[in-house]
Design a protein around this ligand. Structure first.
Ligand SMILES: [Zn+2]
Length: 470
């Protein structure tokens, strides 16, 4: 195909060719290329400049037998500048065709960047539709901290997870948390397999050839790292929370018995968190339990967190649920702000045990100060190794200080302002940035304004201070 042939040309040759083409069209719009990254402090090439995505429509056909994925991604976005070209992030896989506004577009690939050059420049403010057809065997990525993410094969299927950048292994997109969008993900799988993603299952259609298409709909904005796709043999259970949030759980059969008691508390947890943090931010909830050993972590994929094997504790289920407010609804503006996810979700665990006959948040806090692992098994971690708002590098964004010292920051605020104001702060923060993004600076400013307290010492010592706080 023409597009494929062009994509093999060296970049300068493409640029020269395109310069010529642009000159010939006499287009009134003078676009320039969008940036190839958003200059995230830890992942500078993640995401792309010049546009914001409104909606992803992903049609993914996956066969666990040969590990091949065929995908069509229809990306509806708004140009934030005149664009002669723009990038999508995509790792591996073969791009077969790209169209923009229905017309064939030239493209080329370099590393994880797919550069698309529409036939006509896009105007600032224009809403445009890009379709990418692609296929291949998607692969996992190994993060700076050694964890695997992206498309990962499981016992009898696969899972797509993407924190921080792995979603580019299974669909092209603007893969940075600052660009959130609605999603429709349709997964087509062989007969007898389940396919689970975020949001609401709109339809399940078996085709004449026996393959089944599962159409999942996520109307609320979602950061791409929170998208998931799970294929395999699963036991599905549906229900509702007492206040009516629909639940959809998918559990690997071998993990069903060990998961049952913990997942049974999910409806109550949704209600408890709603009372603590404000209304549940999404239209659906649930959990996905993968075969044991699929991942080395659990992830708060939006509306439906994934667990690798039966959740190890009730607190873990609560932690991933709390992320639905802190991380999923209120998403970090950059990966430097990760403590806004993990510090809050960890503190939610402390609040849960406090409200349910376990250690109080104060006892957890004290356990970390003294290293008392009898009260909190994680208290022996090096929670003081760096400042939670300033992880030294990309390998540290999921480090202990981000979680535990992050939670301790929140407890120090609570000590300063008292329970009532602290409670109002947590709910207020979730409401203030509902379905949006936030920076650490926005939080510190908001906390001071909302509580009326000068919290500078807490920020200096606990949030930004390098020394071990005492
Ligand atoms: Zn977490």
């Amino acid at each position: 195909m023409e597009h494929r042939a062009l994509s093999r040309l060296a970049a300068p040759a493409v640029a020269a060719l395109l310069a010529l083409t642009t000159g010939c069209t006499g287009s009134a719009v003078q676009g320039r290329p969008g940036a190839s990254g958003l200059r995230d402090p830890y992942f500078p090439k993640a995401g792309n400049g010049g546009y914001q995505v409104d909606h992803y429509e992903l049609d993914l056909d996956y066969d666990p037998a040969d590990g091949r994925l065929h995908g069509t991604a229809v990306i509806t976005a708004r140009a934030e500048q005149g664009l002669s070209a723009f990038n999508l992030d995509l790792s591996g896989l073969e791009v077969e065709e790209v169209t923009v506004q229905g017309a064939g577009a030239r493209y080329n690939r370099s590393g994880n960047e797919l550069t698309v050059r529409p036939a006509e420049d896009l105007e600032k403010g224009e809403v445009f539709r890009t379709e990418v057809d692609y296929s291949g065997k998607p692969k996992a990525l190994t993060d700076a901290d050694g964890a695997k993410e992206g498309w990962i094969t499981t016992g009898d299927g696969a899972v797509g997870v993407g924190e921080p950048v792995g979603s580019m292994t299974w669909f092209p997109g603007n893969h940075h948390p600052s660009d959130k969008a609605a999603y429709d993900i349709t997964l087509t799988v062989p007969k007898g397999y389940e396919a689970v993603s975020n949001g609401e299952l709109r339809s399940r259609t078996t085709r004449p050839d026996g393959r089944t298409a599962f159409a999942w709909h996520s109307p609320e904005p979602m950061a791409s790292y929170l998208a998931t796709a799970v294929v395999g043999k699963y036991e599905v259970a549906t229900g509702r929370t007492p206040s009516g949030v629909p639940l959809y759980n998918a559990v690997a059969p071998g993990e069903a018995a060990a998961s049952a008691a913990k997942l049974a508390r999910l409806p109550e947890m949704v209600e408890w968190a709603g009372a603590r943090f404000g209304p549940y931010p999404f239209g659906t909830a649930g959990a996905i339990v993968l075969p044991a050993g699929s991942l080395t972590y659990a992830l708060e994929t939006q509306t439906r967190p994934v667990f690798s094997g039966a959740p190890s504790s009730e607190e873990l289920v609560l932690h991933e649920l709390a992320h639905q407010w802190f991380g999923d609804s209120v998403s970090p503006a950059s990966w430097k702000d990760m403590w806004l996810n993990e510090g809050f979700a960890t503190y939610a665990e402390w609040l849960w045990t406090e409200d349910h006959g376990g250690p109080t948040a104060q006892e957890h806090f004290d356990a970390f100060l003294t290293g008392d692992t009898e009260v909190d098994a994680e208290a022996g971690s090096d929670w003081y190794a760096f400042a939670p708002a300033a992880p030294p590098g990309p390998e540290d964004i999921s480090g202990d200080p981000v979680y535990h010292r992050g939670a301790m920051v929140l407890h120090r605020i609570r000590q300063e302002v008292g329970d009532e104001k602290f409670s109002a702060l947590l709910g207020g923060w979730a409401a203030e940035h509902r379905h949006g993004n936030a920076t650490t600076a926005a939080f510190t400013a908001y906390a001071q304004e909302k509580t009326g307290h000068d919290l500078k010492k807490v920020w200096d010592v606990w949030l930004y201070g390098q020394a071990r706080p005492r």
